[in-house]
Ligand binder design. Structure first.
Ligand SMILES: Nc1ncnc2c1ncn2[C@@H]1O[C@H](COP(=O)(O)OP(=O)(O)OP(=O)(O)O)[C@@H](O)[C@H]1O
Length: 610
């Protein structure tokens, strides 16, 4: 014989789980109560069309004696419903069928656990309710130990429900008048029913009339001040510009406020999302595409599915669709600006170039529309791409910031336009440029390419400097660097160090070897030997530079040391990390030149004294 038993729920354990693992903050009890009140009015509306809902919150007493009540004139509950919905955890009147996650209703609640959140701030939940379908008024008292009582009241009341909560020790802040006013506004600012808060002799309306543009976001364009004001109220920040958002179905809408200052790519996105007009999430991250980090949005929707904590949405196809459509609304507004409102677009790009570039990399059509205004750092200064293309139809760009630094002086002195492609998205965008603008060409420039513009020395000069050039070459042999004597601008630059791709790889290998273990070193060694043959760097000496001219025509005994010093100097100018050997050259060289300087000074002093 088998015995069948029923699961028992340990309610206080369950409350513990909700408080610690589901809800982010005890103040959500207010959201759950408000949401139940709204749902109750919605249900009543289904019985009596056009019914005017109303929600009243009252606060009495202070600190640990505070009691708050929330009253609605919604559908109420009869005795059977109280047993079924209030007392059965996980049972909700707001859904039906098995597949309750995807089933749509006009209600916000669906899980049948929200009311339990009140136990986070109160040791008892008292509910007085009168069903609109008739029957006696009831008083229900629920305790966190899982027991409850029901009492029939003698007189019938007008339909609706009033919930009483008495502050439990330690929860005083959740019953403070200012806090209640603020949180009720946070959660309920966009609700279609009036909410009021009464405390002692003070009474205040929490939400005003709902703006028409909530239903028709396009109308927001003609009510700029009102929209900016709401943004300030809800997001706590004064904005100057915004883009209305809506999806084709009209079931999700919103306002994307343009952030007044540039933001970090990884900054937390804090969009506010309202589900059926109630605040669900203050930090929804996945409601907009990743590139849209230059806006902060309020979004209202009735088509997304909240999780049980109601603080996030299910990452499902619908959410993906909504995210794409909202992104499209922003994108098409920017494209519209490119045609009709260029100064506004320029201002946005000026402040949020990174975000706009992120979108341009993803979307060629968008890039085509707005490329003219994208700013880049170049040897002609920080300029918009359109301006740069007026100067030169071929844009040379470097792949990294280091490469740019290495050649920027020389390129600038030769009036060569080189764009720094080292910042995020820039080289990708420049590589794509010919695709979106056929008149333009773009070419990746490597430091060694720049030497093509240098002037050769004459045959006479070659003969004249032959011996010294060989000595200098020999001095740099151990660094696998060969030298070339040229003339180039700027003449203040004595030497330019350039690396072929192979020697760049070898340099990084050697740097890695200096800090690696023995085992790794042997792997790196064998790798290194395959590069060695091709890996030669070049140090171009500038004969237009007076110091270089002097070094090459001066005392051959001092030449190797001077060449080595110019070599390490060129490395530093090019922001190359230096090996231990090169640092040693620098240190020894400084000491040696100081000694020589003093020795030369002494000789002069001696000469003067005689
Ligand atoms: N103010 C109210 N008026 C009428 N019925 C109510 C009210 N508050 C709660 N109820 C009833 O109690 C049930 C349980 O409420 P609870 O808040 O725990 O869950 P829910 O709103 O159904 O779902 P969720 O957990 O998603 O909030 C509701 O389904 C509803 O039937």
């Amino acid at each position: 014989m088998k015995d069948t038993y029923r699961f028992q729920v340990n309610l206080s354990g369950m409350i513990n789980i909700l408080a610690n693992h589901l809800y982010s903050n005890p103040r959500v009890y207010l959201r759950e109560l408000l949401q139940n009140a709204v749902d109750a009015v919605t249900a009543r509306n289904e019985l009596e069309e056009g019914y005017q809902g109303q929600i009243t919150v009252e606060l009495s007493g202070m600190g640990s004696t505070a009691t708050m009540t929330m009253e609605d004139n919604g559908i109420g509950l009869n005795e059977e419903e109280v047993h079924q919905f209030l007392a059965m955890i996980g049972q909700s009147s707001k859904r039906g069928g098995e597949d309750f996650i995807s089933r749509e209703t006009s209600f916000i609640g669906r899980f049948g656990i929200g009311l339990l959140s009140c136990f986070m701030v109160s040791d008892e939940i008292v509910m007085i309710t009168q069903s609109a379908k008739g029957g006696p008024a009831l008083e229900w008292r629920g305790q966190p130990d899982g027991t409850y009582t029901i009492r029939k009241l003698e007189n019938a009341l007008s339909p609706g429900t009033k919930v009483y909560l008495r502050c439990k020790p330690g929860s005083e802040i959740y019953f403070g008048e200012q806090n209640l006013a603020k949180w009720l506004y946070d959660y309920g600012a966009l609700l279609p029913y009036p909410i009021s808060l009464h405390s002692g002799s003070s009474s205040r309306k929490i939400n005003g009339t709902r703006p028409v543009w909530i239903a028709y976001p396009e109308l927001a364009r003609d009510r700029k001040e009102e929209v900016l004001h709401l943004g300030e109220q809800l997001l706590g920040e004064r904005f100057h510009d915004f883009i209305p958002l809506h999806t084709a179905s009209g079931r999700t809408g919103g306002i994307a406020y343009i952030l007044p200052q540039a933001v970090n790519l990884n900054a937390k996105k804090t969009h506010r999302v309202y589900l059926k007009h109630m605040l669900v999430s203050e930090k929804a991250e996945n409601i907009l595409p990743d590139w849209a980090f230059f806006v902060k949005c309020i979004v209202w929707t009735d088509e997304l599915q909240p999780t049980a904590s109601r603080e996030h949405f299910y990452e499902n196809e619908k959410l993906e669709e909504v995210r794409e459509e909202l992104g499209e609304a922003i994108r098409s507004e920017l494209m519209r600006m490119a045609d009709y409102d260029q100064s506004r677009l320029r201002q946005i790009i000026g402040q949020h170039a990174l975000s706009i570039k992120a979108l341009a990399v993803e979307d060629e059509n968008f890039y085509r529309m707005i490329y003219r205004w994208l700013p880049f750092e170049s040897t002609f200064g920080r300029k918009e791409l359109g301006e740069l293309l007026k100067e030169r139809s071929t844009i040379f760009y470097t792949l990294t910031l280091d490469e740019y630094r290495q050649i920027t002086h020389v390129a600038a002195a030769q009036f060569m336009l080189v764009v720094n492609g080292g910042y995020i998205y820039d080289s990708e965008l420049l590589a794509l440029l010919p695709q979106i603008c056929p008149e333009a060409e773009s070419k990746r420039l490597q430091p060694e390419d720049i030497s093509f513009s240098f002037t050769d020395i004459t045959a006479d000069e070659r003969r004249q400097y032959y011996e010294n050039t060989r000595t200098a070459d020999a001095a740099l042999q151990r660094f696998r660097c060969q030298i070339q004597l040229k003339r180039f601008k700027p003449s203040e630059l004595p030497a330019l160090y350039t690396l072929s791709k192979e020697s760049a790889d070898l340099r990084s290998l050697e740097a890695a070897k200096e800090v690696s273990t023995d085992a790794l070193s042997s792997v790196l060694n064998s790798l290194g030997s395959s590069f060695q043959a091709a890996a030669y760097s070049t140090l171009y000496f500038n004969l237009d530079n007076p110091v270089v001219a002097r070094v090459f025509s001066g005392d051959p005994a001092m030449l190797p040391a001077a060449v080595e010093m110019l070599y390490v100097n060129a490395l530093m100018m090019g922001h190359y990390p230096m090996s231990r050997q090169e640092l040693a050259v620098l240190n020894e060289g400084i000491i040696r030149f100081i000694e020589w300087g003093y020795a030369a000074g002494n000789t002069q002093d001696g000469g003067n004294g005689q």
